[in-house]
Write a protein that binds this ligand. Sequence first.
Ligand SMILES: Cc1cc2nc3c(=O)[nH]c(=O)nc-3n(C[C@H](O)[C@H](O)[C@H](O)COP(=O)(O)OP(=O)(O)OC[C@H]3O[C@@H](n4cnc5c(N)ncnc54)[C@H](O)[C@@H]3O)c2cc1C
Length: 426
Amino acid sequence: MTTVKEEMYDVLIVGAGLAGLSAAKVIDSTELSYCVLEAAERAGGKVKSGCNNQGDYCLELGAQFVNPDMTEMVRLIEESGMTLSETETGAGSVFLNAKTLSPINDFIESVEEKLGREDRKGKRSLSETIEGWKISEEEKRIAKSFFTEEATVDTDSILADSFFDVSERYESQLDDLSHQASGQLNTLIDHMIESLKQPVLFNHAVDSVSKQADSYKVTVSSGQSYYAKAVIIAIPPTVAKAVAFDEQLSEYYQPLLDSYVDGAVIKHTFSYPKAFWQELELKDSLVSVEGVVFSNYRGLSISDSSKKGEAPRLTAFTGGDLARKWAKKTEDERKMFVLERLSSVFGKRAGSYTDFRESIWVDHPYCGGGYSAQIHTKGHPDAAHKLRSPHGQVVFASTEVAEAFPGFMEGAVRSGKRAAKAIIKN
Ligand SMILES: Cc1cc2nc3c(=O)[nH]c(=O)nc-3n(C[C@H](O)[C@H](O)[C@H](O)COP(=O)(O)OP(=O)(O)OC[C@H]3O[C@@H](n4cnc5c(N)ncnc54)[C@H](O)[C@@H]3O)c2cc1C
Protein backbone atom coordinates (compact mmCIF):
# COMPACT_ATOMS: atom_id res chain seq x y z
CA MET A 1 0.00 0.00 0.00
CA THR A 2 1.39 3.45 -0.90
CA THR A 3 1.02 6.26 1.62
CA VAL A 4 0.11 9.61 0.15
CA LYS A 5 2.28 12.43 1.48
CA GLU A 6 0.23 15.25 2.92
CA GLU A 7 1.71 18.59 1.92
CA MET A 8 1.34 21.78 4.01
CA TYR A 9 1.79 25.13 2.27
CA ASP A 10 1.33 28.77 3.18
CA VAL A 11 -0.93 29.30 0.17
CA LEU A 12 -2.76 26.99 -2.22
CA ILE A 13 -3.88 28.46 -5.53
CA VAL A 14 -6.73 26.70 -7.29
CA GLY A 15 -6.68 27.22 -11.07
CA ALA A 16 -3.91 28.19 -13.51
CA GLY A 17 -5.81 30.60 -15.72
CA LEU A 18 -4.61 34.20 -15.89
CA ALA A 19 -6.00 34.94 -12.42
CA GLY A 20 -4.35 31.93 -10.76
CA LEU A 21 -0.99 32.42 -12.48
CA SER A 22 -0.99 36.13 -11.61
CA ALA A 23 -1.73 35.31 -7.97
CA ALA A 24 1.06 32.71 -8.01
CA LYS A 25 3.53 35.25 -9.40
CA VAL A 26 2.88 37.62 -6.48
CA ILE A 27 3.23 34.85 -3.88
CA ASP A 28 6.34 33.61 -5.70
CA SER A 29 8.06 36.93 -5.01
CA THR A 30 7.70 36.39 -1.23
CA GLU A 31 9.12 33.81 1.17
CA LEU A 32 5.72 32.06 1.35
CA SER A 33 5.46 28.47 0.14
CA TYR A 34 2.72 27.78 -2.39
CA CYS A 35 1.33 25.28 -4.84
CA VAL A 36 -0.87 25.78 -7.92
CA LEU A 37 -3.47 23.06 -8.55
CA GLU A 38 -4.87 23.02 -12.09
CA ALA A 39 -7.71 20.72 -13.18
CA ALA A 40 -6.80 20.56 -16.86
CA GLU A 41 -3.69 19.23 -18.56
CA ARG A 42 -2.77 22.74 -19.66
CA ALA A 43 -2.75 26.23 -18.15
CA GLY A 44 -4.44 29.35 -19.51
CA GLY A 45 -8.13 28.51 -19.12
CA LYS A 46 -10.01 30.75 -21.57
CA VAL A 47 -6.71 31.81 -23.16
CA LYS A 48 -6.03 29.16 -25.79
CA SER A 49 -4.09 29.57 -29.01
CA GLY A 50 -4.59 27.16 -31.87
CA CYS A 51 -4.17 26.82 -35.60
CA ASN A 52 -6.47 27.29 -38.56
CA ASN A 53 -7.93 24.06 -39.92
CA GLN A 54 -5.18 23.77 -42.55
CA GLY A 55 -2.57 24.28 -39.83
CA ASP A 56 -0.63 27.03 -41.61
CA TYR A 57 -1.12 29.90 -39.17
CA CYS A 58 -2.10 30.50 -35.57
CA LEU A 59 -5.20 32.08 -34.19
CA GLU A 60 -6.77 32.58 -30.82
CA LEU A 61 -9.55 30.14 -30.00
CA GLY A 62 -10.39 32.01 -26.80
CA ALA A 63 -9.38 35.51 -25.69
CA GLN A 64 -7.69 37.65 -28.33
CA PHE A 65 -7.95 41.43 -28.07
CA VAL A 66 -6.43 43.99 -25.69
CA ASN A 67 -6.03 47.75 -25.68
CA PRO A 68 -3.17 49.96 -24.45
CA ASP A 69 -5.07 50.84 -21.22
CA MET A 70 -4.96 47.18 -20.23
CA THR A 71 -1.56 47.81 -18.72
CA GLU A 72 -1.04 44.47 -16.97
CA MET A 73 -1.69 42.59 -20.22
CA VAL A 74 0.56 44.96 -22.16
CA ARG A 75 3.34 44.32 -19.62
CA LEU A 76 2.88 40.53 -19.86
CA ILE A 77 2.80 40.64 -23.66
CA GLU A 78 6.08 42.57 -23.72
CA GLU A 79 7.71 40.45 -20.99
CA SER A 80 6.98 37.34 -23.03
CA GLY A 81 8.81 38.80 -26.03
CA MET A 82 5.82 40.02 -28.06
CA THR A 83 4.59 43.50 -28.92
CA LEU A 84 1.19 45.11 -29.03
CA SER A 85 -0.06 45.13 -32.57
CA GLU A 86 -2.96 47.22 -33.84
CA THR A 87 -5.97 45.31 -35.20
CA GLU A 88 -5.94 46.10 -38.91
CA THR A 89 -9.31 47.66 -39.56
CA GLY A 90 -9.78 50.14 -42.38
CA ALA A 91 -9.59 53.89 -41.71
CA GLY A 92 -12.80 55.42 -40.30
CA SER A 93 -14.40 51.98 -39.91
CA VAL A 94 -18.03 51.66 -38.93
CA PHE A 95 -20.30 49.24 -37.09
CA LEU A 96 -23.38 48.29 -39.11
CA ASN A 97 -26.87 47.15 -38.24
CA ALA A 98 -27.10 43.96 -40.34
CA LYS A 99 -30.77 44.55 -41.06
CA THR A 100 -30.66 48.14 -42.28
CA LEU A 101 -26.96 48.23 -43.29
CA SER A 102 -26.73 51.63 -41.61
CA PRO A 103 -23.89 52.69 -39.30
CA ILE A 104 -24.67 52.40 -35.58
CA ASN A 105 -21.45 53.71 -33.99
CA ASP A 106 -23.16 56.79 -32.53
CA PHE A 107 -26.10 54.71 -31.32
CA ILE A 108 -23.82 52.21 -29.55
CA GLU A 109 -21.91 55.05 -27.93
CA SER A 110 -25.18 56.62 -26.78
CA VAL A 111 -26.52 53.41 -25.20
CA GLU A 112 -23.20 52.82 -23.45
CA GLU A 113 -23.50 56.33 -22.00
CA LYS A 114 -27.10 55.62 -21.00
CA LEU A 115 -25.88 52.64 -18.95
CA GLY A 116 -23.55 54.93 -17.03
CA ARG A 117 -26.42 57.28 -16.14
CA GLU A 118 -28.91 54.61 -15.03
CA ASP A 119 -30.16 54.64 -11.44
CA ARG A 120 -29.85 51.44 -9.43
CA LYS A 121 -33.37 49.99 -9.19
CA GLY A 122 -33.04 46.50 -7.71
CA LYS A 123 -33.97 43.22 -9.28
CA ARG A 124 -34.76 44.09 -12.87
CA SER A 125 -33.10 42.60 -15.92
CA LEU A 126 -31.01 44.47 -18.46
CA SER A 127 -33.77 43.83 -21.03
CA GLU A 128 -36.28 45.59 -18.76
CA THR A 129 -33.93 48.57 -18.52
CA ILE A 130 -33.58 48.72 -22.31
CA GLU A 131 -37.37 48.45 -22.70
CA GLY A 132 -37.65 51.63 -20.59
CA TRP A 133 -35.45 53.66 -22.95
CA LYS A 134 -37.08 56.10 -25.38
CA ILE A 135 -35.68 54.52 -28.52
CA SER A 136 -37.30 52.68 -31.44
CA GLU A 137 -38.18 48.95 -31.29
CA GLU A 138 -35.39 48.20 -33.78
CA GLU A 139 -32.90 50.13 -31.63
CA LYS A 140 -34.01 48.13 -28.59
CA ARG A 141 -33.36 44.91 -30.52
CA ILE A 142 -29.91 46.18 -31.53
CA ALA A 143 -29.08 47.16 -27.93
CA LYS A 144 -30.19 43.76 -26.60
CA SER A 145 -28.20 41.91 -29.26
CA PHE A 146 -25.09 44.04 -28.73
CA PHE A 147 -25.10 43.65 -24.93
CA THR A 148 -25.94 39.93 -25.12
CA GLU A 149 -22.82 39.40 -27.23
CA GLU A 150 -20.75 41.63 -24.94
CA ALA A 151 -21.89 39.79 -21.81
CA THR A 152 -22.34 36.36 -23.48
CA VAL A 153 -25.49 36.07 -21.35
CA ASP A 154 -28.93 37.02 -22.64
CA THR A 155 -29.99 40.50 -21.49
CA ASP A 156 -33.23 38.92 -20.14
CA SER A 157 -31.14 37.03 -17.55
CA ILE A 158 -28.63 39.71 -16.51
CA LEU A 159 -29.21 41.77 -13.37
CA ALA A 160 -29.18 45.33 -14.74
CA ASP A 161 -27.56 46.89 -11.65
CA SER A 162 -24.70 44.42 -11.79
CA PHE A 163 -24.18 45.06 -15.51
CA PHE A 164 -23.96 48.83 -14.86
CA ASP A 165 -21.34 48.04 -12.24
CA VAL A 166 -19.40 45.79 -14.66
CA SER A 167 -19.55 48.50 -17.37
CA GLU A 168 -18.29 51.16 -14.93
CA ARG A 169 -15.35 48.96 -14.05
CA TYR A 170 -14.18 48.96 -17.72
CA GLU A 171 -11.59 51.65 -16.99
CA SER A 172 -10.85 52.81 -20.51
CA GLN A 173 -12.24 55.10 -23.16
CA LEU A 174 -10.64 52.92 -25.84
CA ASP A 175 -12.28 50.19 -27.87
CA ASP A 176 -11.64 46.69 -26.47
CA LEU A 177 -10.82 45.27 -29.93
CA SER A 178 -8.16 47.81 -30.90
CA HIS A 179 -5.00 45.70 -30.38
CA GLN A 180 -3.72 42.14 -30.22
CA ALA A 181 -0.45 40.50 -29.17
CA SER A 182 1.95 40.16 -32.10
CA GLY A 183 2.28 36.42 -31.38
CA GLN A 184 0.24 33.69 -29.73
CA LEU A 185 -1.18 34.25 -26.26
CA ASN A 186 -0.06 30.72 -25.34
CA THR A 187 3.47 32.19 -25.31
CA LEU A 188 2.38 34.55 -22.56
CA ILE A 189 0.95 31.68 -20.50
CA ASP A 190 4.16 29.65 -21.00
CA HIS A 191 6.19 32.67 -19.92
CA MET A 192 4.10 33.05 -16.75
CA ILE A 193 4.61 29.39 -15.84
CA GLU A 194 8.33 29.49 -16.57
CA SER A 195 8.77 32.54 -14.35
CA LEU A 196 7.42 30.64 -11.30
CA LYS A 197 9.86 28.79 -9.04
CA GLN A 198 7.29 26.04 -8.37
CA PRO A 199 5.75 23.82 -11.04
CA VAL A 200 2.01 23.92 -11.66
CA LEU A 201 0.36 20.59 -10.78
CA PHE A 202 -1.78 19.70 -13.83
CA ASN A 203 -4.69 17.23 -13.81
CA HIS A 204 -5.33 18.24 -10.19
CA ALA A 205 -9.02 19.14 -10.15
CA VAL A 206 -10.00 20.44 -6.73
CA ASP A 207 -13.11 18.64 -5.45
CA SER A 208 -13.45 19.98 -1.91
CA VAL A 209 -12.25 22.66 0.46
CA SER A 210 -12.73 22.52 4.23
CA LYS A 211 -11.54 24.48 7.22
CA GLN A 212 -9.33 22.66 9.75
CA ALA A 213 -8.21 24.05 13.13
CA ASP A 214 -5.74 26.57 11.72
CA SER A 215 -5.47 25.57 8.10
CA TYR A 216 -7.54 24.50 5.09
CA LYS A 217 -7.76 21.03 3.56
CA VAL A 218 -8.04 20.96 -0.22
CA THR A 219 -8.74 17.61 -1.85
CA VAL A 220 -8.28 16.85 -5.54
CA SER A 221 -10.11 14.30 -7.67
CA SER A 222 -7.44 11.59 -7.15
CA GLY A 223 -8.24 11.73 -3.43
CA GLN A 224 -4.99 13.40 -2.44
CA SER A 225 -5.30 16.24 0.07
CA TYR A 226 -3.21 19.38 0.37
CA TYR A 227 -3.12 21.67 3.40
CA ALA A 228 -2.48 25.37 3.55
CA LYS A 229 -2.89 28.39 5.79
CA ALA A 230 -4.65 30.24 2.97
CA VAL A 231 -6.45 29.38 -0.26
CA ILE A 232 -6.87 31.51 -3.38
CA ILE A 233 -9.71 30.11 -5.48
CA ALA A 234 -8.90 31.38 -8.97
CA ILE A 235 -11.75 29.75 -10.89
CA PRO A 236 -14.98 31.25 -12.29
CA PRO A 237 -17.81 31.45 -9.69
CA THR A 238 -20.07 29.21 -11.78
CA VAL A 239 -17.34 26.53 -11.92
CA ALA A 240 -16.73 26.86 -8.17
CA LYS A 241 -20.33 25.70 -7.57
CA ALA A 242 -19.05 22.17 -8.32
CA VAL A 243 -16.50 22.34 -5.47
CA ALA A 244 -17.76 20.87 -2.17
CA PHE A 245 -17.14 23.41 0.58
CA ASP A 246 -17.58 22.44 4.24
CA GLU A 247 -20.76 23.56 5.95
CA GLN A 248 -19.42 26.87 7.24
CA LEU A 249 -17.69 27.90 4.03
CA SER A 250 -20.71 26.77 2.04
CA GLU A 251 -23.10 28.85 4.14
CA TYR A 252 -21.08 31.94 3.29
CA TYR A 253 -20.09 31.18 -0.31
CA GLN A 254 -23.00 29.24 -1.83
CA PRO A 255 -25.43 32.19 -2.12
CA LEU A 256 -22.67 34.28 -3.69
CA LEU A 257 -21.69 31.58 -6.19
CA ASP A 258 -25.36 30.86 -6.95
CA SER A 259 -25.74 34.54 -7.89
CA TYR A 260 -23.93 33.87 -11.16
CA VAL A 261 -25.19 32.48 -14.45
CA ASP A 262 -22.70 31.11 -16.94
CA GLY A 263 -21.87 32.83 -20.20
CA ALA A 264 -21.88 31.00 -23.54
CA VAL A 265 -20.04 31.92 -26.73
CA ILE A 266 -19.07 30.39 -30.06
CA LYS A 267 -16.28 31.95 -32.07
CA HIS A 268 -16.07 31.44 -35.86
CA THR A 269 -13.09 32.87 -37.71
CA PHE A 270 -13.01 33.04 -41.52
CA SER A 271 -9.85 34.01 -43.43
CA TYR A 272 -10.01 35.71 -46.82
CA PRO A 273 -7.49 36.57 -49.52
CA LYS A 274 -8.66 40.22 -49.41
CA ALA A 275 -10.36 42.34 -46.74
CA PHE A 276 -13.35 43.16 -49.00
CA TRP A 277 -15.34 44.47 -46.00
CA GLN A 278 -12.84 47.33 -45.71
CA GLU A 279 -14.07 48.68 -49.06
CA LEU A 280 -17.77 47.92 -49.11
CA GLU A 281 -20.09 49.77 -51.44
CA LEU A 282 -23.14 50.80 -49.49
CA LYS A 283 -25.85 53.14 -50.65
CA ASP A 284 -23.55 54.82 -53.21
CA SER A 285 -20.66 55.29 -50.81
CA LEU A 286 -17.61 53.26 -49.91
CA VAL A 287 -17.38 52.25 -46.25
CA SER A 288 -14.95 50.22 -44.20
CA VAL A 289 -16.82 47.81 -41.93
CA GLU A 290 -15.29 47.11 -38.53
CA GLY A 291 -18.22 45.19 -37.17
CA VAL A 292 -21.81 44.11 -37.69
CA VAL A 293 -24.55 43.64 -35.09
CA PHE A 294 -27.58 41.45 -35.87
CA SER A 295 -30.80 42.71 -34.33
CA ASN A 296 -32.83 39.64 -35.37
CA TYR A 297 -30.29 37.15 -33.96
CA ARG A 298 -29.77 38.36 -30.41
CA GLY A 299 -26.16 37.89 -29.37
CA LEU A 300 -24.62 37.68 -32.85
CA SER A 301 -21.90 40.14 -33.91
CA ILE A 302 -19.16 40.05 -36.51
CA SER A 303 -15.82 41.83 -36.10
CA ASP A 304 -12.84 42.50 -38.31
CA SER A 305 -10.12 40.56 -36.47
CA SER A 306 -7.32 41.03 -39.03
CA LYS A 307 -3.80 40.95 -37.70
CA LYS A 308 -0.87 42.78 -39.29
CA GLY A 309 1.06 40.62 -41.74
CA GLU A 310 -1.50 37.80 -41.74
CA ALA A 311 -4.50 36.83 -43.88
CA PRO A 312 -7.45 39.23 -43.38
CA ARG A 313 -10.09 37.74 -41.07
CA LEU A 314 -13.64 38.15 -39.94
CA THR A 315 -14.72 36.66 -36.64
CA ALA A 316 -18.34 35.97 -35.72
CA PHE A 317 -19.16 35.89 -32.00
CA THR A 318 -22.40 34.15 -31.10
CA GLY A 319 -23.25 34.75 -27.46
CA GLY A 320 -25.89 33.91 -24.86
CA ASP A 321 -28.92 31.69 -25.54
CA LEU A 322 -28.20 31.66 -29.27
CA ALA A 323 -24.80 30.06 -28.57
CA ARG A 324 -26.43 27.49 -26.27
CA LYS A 325 -28.92 26.63 -29.02
CA TRP A 326 -26.29 26.39 -31.78
CA ALA A 327 -23.85 24.41 -29.60
CA LYS A 328 -26.31 21.49 -29.90
CA LYS A 329 -26.13 21.48 -33.73
CA THR A 330 -23.39 20.13 -35.98
CA GLU A 331 -20.29 22.10 -36.95
CA ASP A 332 -21.52 22.22 -40.57
CA GLU A 333 -24.91 23.61 -39.52
CA ARG A 334 -23.23 26.29 -37.41
CA LYS A 335 -20.85 27.21 -40.20
CA MET A 336 -23.71 27.52 -42.72
CA PHE A 337 -25.69 29.66 -40.31
CA VAL A 338 -22.82 32.10 -39.87
CA LEU A 339 -21.95 32.12 -43.58
CA GLU A 340 -25.56 32.93 -44.48
CA ARG A 341 -25.46 35.86 -42.05
CA LEU A 342 -22.14 37.03 -43.53
CA SER A 343 -23.56 36.77 -47.05
CA SER A 344 -26.61 38.80 -46.06
CA VAL A 345 -24.27 41.71 -45.35
CA PHE A 346 -21.32 41.19 -47.71
CA GLY A 347 -22.90 39.24 -50.55
CA LYS A 348 -21.32 36.30 -52.38
CA ARG A 349 -17.77 37.28 -51.39
CA ALA A 350 -18.46 35.92 -47.91
CA GLY A 351 -18.24 32.43 -49.45
CA SER A 352 -14.72 33.02 -50.82
CA TYR A 353 -13.00 32.23 -47.50
CA THR A 354 -9.72 30.34 -47.60
CA ASP A 355 -9.98 28.85 -44.16
CA PHE A 356 -12.24 28.61 -41.16
CA ARG A 357 -12.01 27.62 -37.49
CA GLU A 358 -14.61 27.45 -34.76
CA SER A 359 -14.27 27.23 -31.00
CA ILE A 360 -17.10 26.59 -28.58
CA TRP A 361 -17.14 27.88 -25.01
CA VAL A 362 -20.40 26.56 -23.64
CA ASP A 363 -20.69 24.68 -20.32
CA HIS A 364 -16.98 23.91 -20.11
CA PRO A 365 -16.48 21.90 -16.88
CA TYR A 366 -13.49 23.99 -15.73
CA CYS A 367 -13.78 27.33 -17.56
CA GLY A 368 -17.55 27.75 -17.56
CA GLY A 369 -18.70 29.43 -20.74
CA GLY A 370 -18.58 32.73 -22.58
CA TYR A 371 -16.14 35.53 -21.85
CA SER A 372 -17.26 35.40 -18.21
CA ALA A 373 -20.23 34.61 -15.96
CA GLN A 374 -22.74 37.37 -15.05
CA ILE A 375 -24.92 38.06 -12.02
CA HIS A 376 -28.51 36.99 -12.77
CA THR A 377 -31.70 38.81 -11.84
CA LYS A 378 -32.09 36.99 -8.51
CA GLY A 379 -28.40 37.25 -7.59
CA HIS A 380 -26.69 39.40 -4.96
CA PRO A 381 -25.53 42.62 -6.63
CA ASP A 382 -22.49 42.72 -4.34
CA ALA A 383 -21.44 39.09 -4.95
CA ALA A 384 -18.25 40.15 -6.79
CA HIS A 385 -17.19 42.44 -3.96
CA LYS A 386 -17.75 39.74 -1.32
CA LEU A 387 -15.95 37.06 -3.31
CA ARG A 388 -12.86 39.23 -3.84
CA SER A 389 -12.69 40.13 -0.13
CA PRO A 390 -10.96 37.51 2.06
CA HIS A 391 -13.27 35.41 4.23
CA GLY A 392 -10.99 33.98 6.89
CA GLN A 393 -8.00 33.05 4.75
CA VAL A 394 -9.99 32.15 1.63
CA VAL A 395 -10.32 34.56 -1.25
CA PHE A 396 -11.68 34.31 -4.78
CA ALA A 397 -9.95 35.60 -7.91
CA SER A 398 -11.21 35.54 -11.48
CA THR A 399 -12.18 38.00 -14.15
CA GLU A 400 -15.76 38.08 -12.79
CA VAL A 401 -14.67 39.52 -9.45
CA ALA A 402 -12.12 42.00 -10.85
CA GLU A 403 -12.26 45.58 -9.63
CA ALA A 404 -11.20 46.82 -13.07
CA PHE A 405 -11.85 45.32 -16.51
CA PRO A 406 -14.15 42.46 -15.38
CA GLY A 407 -14.84 40.02 -18.20
CA PHE A 408 -11.46 40.68 -19.79
CA MET A 409 -8.00 39.10 -19.50
CA GLU A 410 -6.84 42.32 -17.84
CA GLY A 411 -9.46 41.83 -15.13
CA ALA A 412 -8.30 38.25 -14.50
CA VAL A 413 -4.66 39.36 -14.07
CA ARG A 414 -5.58 42.25 -11.78
CA SER A 415 -7.91 40.12 -9.66
CA GLY A 416 -5.23 37.44 -9.19
CA LYS A 417 -2.66 40.01 -8.09
CA ARG A 418 -5.16 41.66 -5.76
CA ALA A 419 -6.18 38.35 -4.15
CA ALA A 420 -2.56 37.40 -3.47
CA LYS A 421 -1.80 40.81 -1.94
CA ALA A 422 -4.89 40.55 0.28
CA ILE A 423 -3.77 37.13 1.55
CA ILE A 424 -0.21 38.37 2.22
CA LYS A 425 -1.62 41.37 4.13
CA ASN A 426 -3.95 39.18 6.22
C1 LIG B 1 -14.10 32.97 -27.00
C2 LIG B 1 -13.56 33.94 -25.98
C3 LIG B 1 -13.10 35.18 -26.41
C4 LIG B 1 -12.61 36.09 -25.49
N1 LIG B 1 -12.09 37.26 -25.97
C5 LIG B 1 -11.45 38.09 -25.12
C6 LIG B 1 -10.73 39.19 -25.64
O1 LIG B 1 -10.66 39.39 -26.87
N2 LIG B 1 -10.09 40.00 -24.76
C7 LIG B 1 -10.12 39.78 -23.40
O2 LIG B 1 -9.48 40.54 -22.65
N3 LIG B 1 -10.79 38.72 -22.88
C8 LIG B 1 -11.45 37.87 -23.71
N4 LIG B 1 -12.09 36.77 -23.22
C9 LIG B 1 -12.22 36.63 -21.75
C10 LIG B 1 -10.92 36.11 -21.08
O3 LIG B 1 -10.50 34.95 -21.73
C11 LIG B 1 -11.18 35.81 -19.62
O4 LIG B 1 -11.66 36.99 -18.99
C12 LIG B 1 -9.95 35.36 -18.82
O5 LIG B 1 -9.09 34.57 -19.56
C13 LIG B 1 -10.44 34.64 -17.57
O6 LIG B 1 -9.37 34.22 -16.78
P1 LIG B 1 -9.62 33.55 -15.35
O7 LIG B 1 -8.30 33.20 -14.81
O8 LIG B 1 -10.50 34.43 -14.55
O9 LIG B 1 -10.49 32.24 -15.63
P2 LIG B 1 -10.24 30.98 -16.59
O10 LIG B 1 -9.51 31.38 -17.82
O11 LIG B 1 -11.57 30.33 -16.76
O12 LIG B 1 -9.27 30.04 -15.75
C14 LIG B 1 -9.75 29.19 -14.73
C15 LIG B 1 -8.71 28.07 -14.55
O13 LIG B 1 -9.08 27.29 -13.42
C16 LIG B 1 -9.04 25.92 -13.76
N5 LIG B 1 -9.98 25.22 -12.88
C17 LIG B 1 -11.33 25.27 -12.91
N6 LIG B 1 -11.89 24.51 -11.98
C18 LIG B 1 -10.86 23.94 -11.29
C19 LIG B 1 -10.78 23.06 -10.18
N7 LIG B 1 -11.88 22.57 -9.58
N8 LIG B 1 -9.54 22.70 -9.73
C20 LIG B 1 -8.42 23.19 -10.31
N9 LIG B 1 -8.43 24.03 -11.37
C21 LIG B 1 -9.64 24.41 -11.85
C22 LIG B 1 -9.41 25.87 -15.23
O14 LIG B 1 -9.01 24.69 -15.86
C23 LIG B 1 -8.69 27.12 -15.75
O15 LIG B 1 -7.36 26.85 -16.09
C24 LIG B 1 -12.58 35.80 -24.10
C25 LIG B 1 -13.04 34.55 -23.65
C26 LIG B 1 -13.54 33.64 -24.60
C27 LIG B 1 -14.00 32.29 -24.11
